[in-house]
Design a protein around this ligand. Structure first.
Ligand code: PLP
Length: 355
């Protein structure tokens, strides 16, 4: 008998998340904010921490933070649940609404954790290929969402790794025709696209997922979801009571109070994204997928894995294997960095593509 034989059969073959090599490289692989966290906000965070923040358990619902999120999103605090990153909320949704005999519909290519959490929770992941321009194949998606046992569907907008968006009118059309939960993942909404948040009041089966990771707090792990109170009530039965630590709650509140710093950084990232797209488009053989997020998917005229490794050797880490359909084997994904980082990346990329 080996330990492996004791593991649930349906998860025995999962592959652990592979940490990327760090070293002294420019990190453009994980869609983080490349700018320095504003010093005045760090100071403010520490000023709000009193001794018992560390000795006492945190507020299990994060009520102060829920109130602050409510003020900026227009949602009521009772409609919000905080998570240890939105990754945890994806798992929570599938633990609560998925499970053996149930299906989760996933328009692919997209963020890999929907499928992985599907597998971990024993939910059957049903991947629906997007159209060739990465728009949703609405007819097929609806047909699959109407199959018995389908309780959830995850749609990211802007989508990772494509950077493409789903129009709100299309989300509304889908919501009108299905009973399953439709989870709209807006992890990159600060960089483009239109939010579905106002639809929460109209559709009890809509969940909107957000995160602080892409703009401010990837290292502190803070995500949230907004949904009808009936959905929130069910999720709270399954959520770990103290899932979000007190330090992260305090930091997120300070981030919201000081949003002007982050708004400036977002504007800079969006401007750099547009410049990068234009400059990359000038390199012969490179095809850029126009993005509304803080990263760019691009097709390359040489073997993608080799180019990834050569870029890494030159000092820039980008994301390889962004997908296995739609020709994504021939693509890489680069996160928009600072102007200086982007210039460095462009210089190395140009050198590595044969003329
Ligand atoms: C679409 C999408 N959703 C969710 C996440 C997870 O974010 P978090 O850091 O909040 O767990 C990511 C991270 O890359 C993402 O791309």
């Amino acid at each position: 008998m080996q330990i492996r034989d004791l593991v649930r059969e349906d998860i025995r073959n999962l592959v652990p998340y592979e940490p990327h090599p760090y070293g002294d490289v420019i990190k453009l692989d994980a869609n983080e904010n490349p700018h320095t966290f504003p010093a005045p906000v760090i100071k403010e965070i520490f000023e709000t921490l009193t001794g018992d923040v560390f000795t006492r358990y945190p507020d299990p619902l994060g009520n102060e933070l829920r109130k602050a999120i409510g003020q900026v999103t227009g949602a009521s605090p009772e409609n919000i649940i905080l998570g240890n990153g939105s990754d945890e909320l994806i798992q929570l949704l599938l633990q609560t609404f998925g499970g053996p005999g149930r299906r989760v519909v996933i328009p692919a290519p997209t963020f890999s954790m929907y499928k992985i959490h599907g597998q971990i929770t024993g939910t059957e992941p049903v991947e629906i290929p997007r159209n060739s321009d990465f728009t949703l194949d609405e007819e097929r998606l609806l047909a699959e969402m109407q199959v018995a046992g389908t309780t959830t569907a995850f749609i990211a907008t802007p989508n990772n790794p494509t950077g493409t968006v789903v129009p709100v009118a299309q989300v509304r059309r889908i919501l009108e025709q299905v009973d399953s939960l439709v989870i709209i993942d807006e992890a990159y909404i600060d960089f483009g696209g239109q939010t579905c948040l106002p639809l929460i009041r109209e559709y009890p089966n809509l969940v909107v997922l957000r995160t602080f990771s892409k703009v401010a707090l990837a290292g502190l792990r803070l995500g949230y979801l907004t949904a009808d109170t009936a959905v929130v009530r069910e999720l709270l039965k399954v959520k770990q009571p103290y899932n979000v630590n007190a330090f992260s709650q305090a930091a997120a509140r300070a981030v919201l109070r000081n949003w002007q710093y982050f708004r400036d950084q977002i504007e800079e990232i969006v401007a750099e994204r547009e410049r990068l797209e234009a400059e990359m488009g000038k390199i012969k053989g490179i095809d850029v997928v126009p993005s509304k997020a803080n990263f760019i998917l691009f097709r390359v005229p040489v073997p993608a894995a080799g180019l990834h490794d050569a870029l890494l050797e030159s000092g820039v880490l980008v994301r390889k294997n962004p997908g296995i359909t739609h020709g994504l084997e021939q693509c890489l994904r680069v996160t928009v960095g600072t102007r200086q980082e982007n210039d460095f990346f462009l210089e190395k990329l140009t050198k590595l593509i044969p003329i």
